[in-house]
Ligand binder design. Structure first.
Ligand code: NAD
Length: 380
């Protein structure tokens, strides 16, 4: 029998790595699930609800971890947590693999097999395990809802006897998973939506959601997508052309949501302070790239600031602000991955170390960092 431990996250992380639904399925796979008391509270998963589905509630983290074969977390566990597991146990979490290298090395030194869900290959078989998508989708939604709440005016056009309220203009920068959900949400709220990206594939997706695509569509744009579907860093020439386009467009916008990222690199700077100053007082920018330094020069990651009457909000964990949904989807991503690591017949761990999704997500094993994008520089 595989014993799975789930411990509570730190104060800054409301999500949890298991839900009543996934406990039931893990138990169905023949696993024992030990959850630290209160770990699901901020996601409204009570100990009783988890217990009803077959979880064992441990009074302390130490008790949950003892003799466990697998640790499921949202964020990086501490080296002490991993040392409390069975030797060589599996740790599956969002390890923030490009952040705090010394901390990651200390975790690797425990000898645990560490899997980082952010590295899940974006292949069809692994779609149900794609945490970046499940969490970014919710963040894109929440960014627009928060922006609407901070914006002092209405989003939809309203024609009333007392006069007409104009539709808000929303501009979404970066049309990946978060950006596309932001477009859909802003459209549902009645805004007039434009969006930009550097990948040509985004153009059709933006149009299919009823938004207008605005971008520098030159030869470099046509080559901007990597084989993995991500954006490449753009040349200084492209960035200059893009900045001119953005400068002209942004001054008329009421709400701007930025989501532009390039794996393993700082977020591209798309909005300068001068551009913010050109915007109308009352406008709102929500910068979802805050964790990687931000897409907006005036952003202060984790804070809300005001520049010339424009509010700039750079949240660090927006998915975590809708923890019920974020935890449910994240727990299902983990379940789908774990199901590939447990042998149905023997009900024991059986890891195929040559499997593409195992190799893709394995960050450290036997005390060493092993992932190629960490041992050979940033991913391309
Ligand atoms: P991401 O979070 O890495 O980046 C967000 C967006 O920012 C991307 O669309 C990117 O092109 C854009 N961007 C980067 N630099 C930019 C710049 N300078 N200016 C403007 N935009 C810029 O991306 P993501 O949301 O993880 O999605 C990346 C791609 O992967 C998308 O094509 C998405 O549809 C695809 N995807 C595939 C699968 C799958 O096949 N299983 C799953 C999820 C996503």
């Amino acid at each position: 029998m595989v014993t799975i431990a789930v411990t509570a996250e730190g104060a800054e992380e409301p999500r949890v790595a298991v839900s009543p639904e996934t406990v039931k399925k893990l138990v169905g796979l023949g696993c024992k699930v030990k959850v630290e008391a209160g770990a699901g509270a901020r996601s409204r998963f009570s100990d009783d609800a988890l217990k009803t589905q077959g979880a064992e509630i441990a009074a302390t983290a130490a008790e949950a971890l003892r003799d466990a074969d697998v640790l499921l977390k949202v964020r990086r566990p501490s080296p002490d947590e991993v040392k409390a597991l069975k030797p060589g146990a599996l740790v599956i979490a969002m390890l923030d693999p490009y952040g705090d290298t010394a901390g990651l090395e200390a975790l690797a030194a425990t000898g645990g097999s560490l899997f980082s869900m952010e590295f899940m290959p974006r292949i069809t078989r692994a779609q149900s395990m794609d945490v970046l998508s499940s969490q970014a989708n919710l963040a894109g939604y929440k960014a627009v809802v928060d922006a609407a709440a901070m914006f002092g005016s209405a989003m939809p056009m309203m024609m009333t006897a007392a006069g007409t309220v104009p539709a808000a203009k929303a501009f979404i920068m970066g049309a990946g998973v978060a950006g596309l959900q932001a477009i859909a949400t802003a459209r549902r709220l009645g805004a007039q939506v434009t969006a930009t990206d550097v990948r040509p594939a985004a153009k059709e997706q933006v149009a299919s959601l009823g938004a207008k695509f605005v971008a520098v569509e030159d030869e470099e744009f046509r080559q901007a997508q990597t084989a993995a579907g991500y954006a490449k860093p753009m040349s200084a020439e492209y960035q200059a052309k893009q900045a001119e386009l953005v400068a002209n467009h942004i001054k008329n916008q009421d709400i701007v949501i930025t989501t532009a990222l390039i794996p393993g690199r700082p977020a591209p700077r798309l909005i300068t302070r001068a551009m913010v100053e050109s915007m109308k007082p009352g406008a709102v920018i929500v910068d979802l790239a805050g964790e990687r330094g931000g897409n907006c020069e005036a952003s202060e990651p984790g804070r809300t600031v005001e520049v010339g009457g424009v509010t700039i909000y750079a949240p660090l964990n927006l998915a975590g602000e809708i923890p019920v949904n974020a935890s449910s989807l994240y727990a299902k991503n983990l379940l789908a991955f774990l199901a590939t690591l447990v042998d149905k017949d023997s009900q024991a761990l059986k890891v195929d170390w040559d499997d593409e999704i195992v190799k893709g997500t394995l960050v450290a094993k036997d005390g060493k960092i092993v992932h190629p994008s960490l041992t050979q520089g940033a991913a391309t």
